[in-house]
Design a protein around this ligand. Structure first.
Ligand SMILES: *[C@@H]1O[C@H](CO)[C@@H](O)[C@H](O)[C@H]1NC(C)=O
Ligand SMILES: *[C@@H]1O[C@H](CO)[C@@H](O)[C@H](O)[C@H]1NC(C)=O
Ligand SMILES: *[C@@H]1O[C@H](CO)[C@@H](O)[C@H](O)[C@H]1NC(C)=O
Ligand SMILES: *[C@@H]1O[C@H](CO)[C@@H](O)[C@H](O)[C@H]1NC(C)=O
Ligand SMILES: *[C@@H]1O[C@H](CO)[C@@H](O)[C@H](O)[C@H]1NC(C)=O
Length: 440
């Protein structure tokens, strides 16, 4: 009898140690805590683990989420990025009000999720997607996916929550040893018509064109892609872009500390991440390399040319491969002034382009291309137009009311229409009809 109860006690103790130590628990409830070095949370399918760690050569402690089943220790999210803990006294606790709090040295608060729920029906759970969520009954009151760091995981949003006035963006680490906010950031800018921009500090390095119904202008997505699907949503509440994986493939997008945006895919055979694609690759991706009304063509040498009807603003600089000054009109626009032959403006179509910078465009997603042309004609400051959505022959309207910046030739079915003096259009028609080569 004695012997048996001792035995039961031992089994019981072993179970307690398992559940508090290294067993796979994905949830903590109100007033439960996770102490550095003592416990972690593990998502149901064991893809992700949450706990305290030290990045690279650093001795600082951070609360983070990393892969567990594959690529053990590869960090995808950090809570106290800016407020490291110098020792192993870190503790994560879910308060009765639903607030996730990290403290160190007993009591000093290092980080807090600021989420609030109702009394003690709150739990914090690490999901198999890598998202950490605080639930109040069945209502989500906080999620780590709302606070991306250097890693964009399937299901995350990049863009803006218009209701809460919150931006979802990617920010690089300072170095491999320091997860605090570094120099680089990728944002889905919502000025004008939304597009993704890459910044180094305050310098705009490059951009993907706006969503055109199929993909981003400068980042086409193969139709019928088997690996992932992308989604762009724009309504009164939010504007965002996200992607979801369709198969069992494991991918992550990371903005490295030195400013590269990499799409990485896990290859089980070699047990490593392979580069699936990079977002920023060539000369023409440098923002506005060819200046206003210039076009960048990666297959041309030099890559910059002026749009039809335009010439280099500063020919000497242009000759010296300094294209930033861009191009100016050869002939001024008439814009309804005067009458008769040659007094009207026309539009020159440039096929297959990444559309110019859309931060200052006017748009209407319900207009037809014909209405769009009329709207551009009516406004003297309109320099060009295009469809906002290229599917089914094109719909919607983007109007540029000043210069056309950062246009590049691209292998995508999007055209822009540039306003030039009609005489410039006539010149080219004449020359081609008569087989004359008036091109410079
Ligand atoms: C919580 O609120 C504090 C104080 O307003 C703020 O400094 C901190 O950044 C907030 N935490 C998060 C995760 O937003
Ligand atoms: C808390 O409970 C009140 C009343 O039951 C409800 O109106 C409110 O939405 C709840 N708040 C949260 C964050 O769940
Ligand atoms: C139209 O004509 C007026 C007067 O001749 C001139 O001031 C104005 O600049 C012209 N507008 C354009 C767009 O050329
Ligand atoms: C957008 O265009 C549609 C179709 O022409 C029109 O009915 C609507 O009033 C326009 N909306 C705005 C805000 O201009
Ligand atoms: C042209 O569009 C701009 C921006 O919407 C507006 O401020 C300006 O009044 C318009 N001009 C005309 C003539 O419609």
């Amino acid at each position: 009898m004695e012997h048996q109860s001792v035995h039961i006690l031992l089994v019981f103790l072993a179970l307690i140690m398992l559940s508090s130590g290294c067993s796979a628990v994905d949830t903590i409830s109100a007033n439960q805590e996770i102490n550095d070095g003592k416990a972690t949370l593990v998502s149901k399918g064991e893809m992700f683990e949450l706990g305290f760690f030290s990045p690279g050569k650093s001795k600082n402690r951070y609360l983070g989420i990393w892969y567990k089943k594959i690529s053990y220790g590869t960090v995808v999210w950090v809570a106290n990025r800016e407020t490291p803990i110098a020792d192993t006294s870190g503790m994560l606790k879910l308060s009765r009000q639903g607030n996730l709090v990290i403290s160190s040295g007993g009591n000093s608060v290092v980080w807090s999720s600021n989420s609030t729920g109702n009394n003690s029906v709150v739990v914090a759970q690490l999901l198999e997607s890598g998202n950490r969520v605080v639930w109040n009954r069945n209502k989500m009151i906080w999620q780590s996916f709302d606070y991306p760091g250097d890693t964009f995981l399937p299901g995350m949003k990049l863009g803006k929550d218009l209701v809460r006035g919150m931006q979802w963006c990617m920010t690089s680490w300072k170095s491999p040893d320091d997860p605090s906010t570094g120099l680089y950031r990728n944002i889905h800018d919502t000025n004008g018509y939304p597009q993704t921009l890459r910044f180094q500090g305050e310098i705009l390095q490059g951009r993907h064109g706006p969503w055109n119904g199929l993909g981003f202008g400068g980042f086409p997505i193969e139709e019928g892609n088997q690996i992932y699907s992308t989604d762009f949503v724009m309504n009164e509440k939010e504007i965002y872009y996200k992607y979801e994986l369709k198969s069992s493939v494991v991918q992550r997008v990371v903005l490295t500390w030195d400013g590269k945006t990499l799409v990485l895919q896990w290859i089980e055979r070699i047990k490593d991440w392979m580069l699936y694609s990079t977002a920023d690759v060539d000369t023409c991706d440098r923002f506005s390399l060819c200046g206003p009304f210039g076009i960048c063509s990666i297959n041309k040498h030099p890559p910059c040319t002026c749009m039809q009807g335009f010439e280099p603003k500063n020919p000497e600089q242009w000759e010296a491969s300094d294209w930033a000054g861009g191009c100016i009109r050869k002939k001024p626009l008439h814009c309804g002034n005067g009458s008769g032959d040659g007094d009207e403006d026309g539009f020159w179509k440039i096929a297959r382009v990444k559309v110019p910078d859309t931060r200052r465009v006017w748009y209407n997603v319900s207009m037809t291309l014909g209405e769009c042309e009329m709207a551009c004609k009516r406004n003297c400051s309109c320099a060009g137009y295009t469809s906002s959505d290229i599917r089914n022959g094109g719909s919607g309207c983007l109007l540029w009311l000043d210069e056309l910046l950062d246009t590049r030739e691209y292998d995508v079915d999007q055209d822009i229409y540039v306003r030039i003096a009609a005489s410039e259009l006539k010149g080219t028609r004449f020359s081609s009809k008569n087989g004359l080569f008036l091109w410079v």
